[in-house]
Design a protein around this ligand. Structure first.
Ligand SMILES: [Zn+2]
Length: 86
């Protein structure tokens, strides 16, 4: 870590051709209500050290997919029922 970074913190690197920088995502854990947590990581534009920029909540895709699969399973079970006579 450079002396300047130790004084003022790391610098967010520039993106390609001066565009928005990209970060990598390191997944963390899922909390008690099913929300997934992750850390955004990048390297310092000044000293090159990899560091965590911040933490995020991931979109609930897994939970949504699980719900869809559960509904498809229940629909398949429902379609097997013999409902003649009702
Ligand atoms: Zn730095």
């Amino acid at each position: 870590m450079s002396f300047l970074c130790s004084l003022v913190g790391h610098e967010v690197p520039e993106g390609y051709a001066g565009g928005t920088p990209y970060f990598s995502v390191a997944t963390g854990y899922t909390d008690g209500v099913g929300r997934e947590h992750a850390n955004l990581k990048t390297h310092c534009g000044r000293c090159g050290v990899h560091y965590t920029v911040g933490a995020i909540h991931l979109p609930q895709r897994r939970k949504d997919r699980d719900t869809i699969e559960e509904l498809q399973k229940r629909l398949a079970e429902f379609e097997k029922l013999d409902l003649t006579g009702y």
